[in-house]
Design a protein around this ligand. Structure first.
Ligand code: GLN
Length: 213
């Protein structure tokens, strides 16, 4: 995966100095998320162990491979405490594999694959086909302002069912949903962290700041 920052200027920082944003660092492109969050003025903690959940005010789950993330989270004893933290209202933003981890229902999962849940959605893994089916497009996302979001999809999932508790934020031209939110939870099928698009992280930080009040 090519990692390119094209240099969009971050919006003004909204994060009070005491807040800490975790990035789940078991697997995947957690470094890119940490870089975006730091550019937005956040203190970032990489999270690999259950006790590290105690010190964070919100968590980003990166893109990568959800079945591997699931196995590692269970092996390291992170899965259950993280599920409990999500139920208790921890703000969490998941991109791609991270969105899959946040879905209450995973379609086309590996045998026995589990997620953390929290979003009242059904997500289908690899919904656009294999690696070669990766693509880029511009999305209108009114919640983030008038300027379209340039979105990169890499072996991406789609949100096949949006339950009553969740809200669709972005829809492809063919009608498929690729971004959702529900209370303190946010999820995108695509990867803002690799395109210099800061608005999703900014939007997430606003949820985090509001939840910490
Ligand atoms: N296909 C991957 C999965 O199932 C997600 C790909 C990504 O995060 N870029 O987890």
């Amino acid at each position: 995966m090519a990692i390119l920052f094209v240099g969009t200027r971050p919006a003004e920082t909204v994060v009070p100095p005491g807040l800490r944003v975790g990035v789940l660092a078991l697997q995947g492109d957690f470094r890119e998320h940490a870089q975006v969050l730091r550019k937005l003025g956040a203190n970032v903690d990489l999270v690999r162990r259950p006790e590290e959940l105690d010190h964070i005010d919100g968590l980003v789950i990166p893109g990568g491979e959800s079945s591997v993330m699931d196995k590692l989270a269970r092996t390291f004893g992170l899965a259950e405490p993280l599920k409990a933290a999500i139920r208790a209202g921890l703000p969490v933003y998941g991109t791609c594999a991270g969105l899959i981890m946040l879905a209450d229902t995973i379609l086309d999962g590996m045998n026995g694959q589990q997620g953390f849940g929290g979003l009242d959605i059904a997500v289908r893994r690899n919904a656009f086909g294999s690696q070669t089916a990766s693509f880029e497009t511009d999305l209108d996302i009114p919640a983030l302002g008038a300027e379209p979001v340039h979105a990169v999809f890499i072996r991406a999932p789609v949100v096949e069912t949006v339950g009553a508790g969740a809200t669709a934020l972005a829809i492809l031209d063919d009608g498929r949903c690729v971004a959702v939110e529900q209370g303190n939870l946010l999820g995108t099928s695509f990867h803002p962290e690799i395109t210099g698009e800061y608005r999703f992280h900014q939007y997430f930080l606003q949820k985090l700041v509001a939840a910490a009040r």
